[in-house]
Design a protein around this ligand. Structure first.
Ligand code: AMP
Length: 113
């Protein structure tokens, strides 16, 4: 998609701090972290939000969450625990309309978002 910031980061058109990548998903560091570790898991193909994954095969959803676990492992927060969330639409406060799963941890999250 032409005007999508995450598509541009994935395509290398603008800088982004890529943490881990594989065939269908990329993890980047959030530019405005809400906790010591704050990563975003992003599918390579443009989909606006979780709502647009209705036609994904179930294996793709599983693959996305397997990648989330790998990101947590590599970030060193799998044992200590982490939060996974995705904002969908206006009332959730979604700002970037390319699906991304927040992976947040590295401290007790009671004090964070
Ligand atoms: P939301 O759409 O509400 O899930 O929020 C978008 C998230 O993307 C926020 O946590 C931002 O800090 C993050 N973000 C926005 N632009 C960038 C960027 N260029 N690189 C990394 N993270 C970003």
């Amino acid at each position: 998609m032409d005007d999508c910031i995450f598509c541009k980061i994935i395509e290398g058109e603008i800088p982004g701090e890529i943490f881990l990548e594989e065939e269908n998903f990329v993890a980047i560091w959030d530019i405005n972290p809400k906790a010591p570790q704050h990563l975003l898991v992003i599918p390579r193909g443009h989909v606006s939000s979780l709502e647009d994954t209705a036609d994904w095969p179930p294996e793709r959803i599983s693959e996305m969450f397997r990648f989330v676990r790998e990101v947590a492992e590599k970030a060193g927060i799998r044992e200590s625990g982490y939060r996974v969330l995705t904002n969908v639409g206006k009332d959730a406060g979604q700002v970037v309309f390319h699906l991304h799963i927040h992976v947040i941890g590295g401290a007790g999250l009671g004090d964070f978002a």
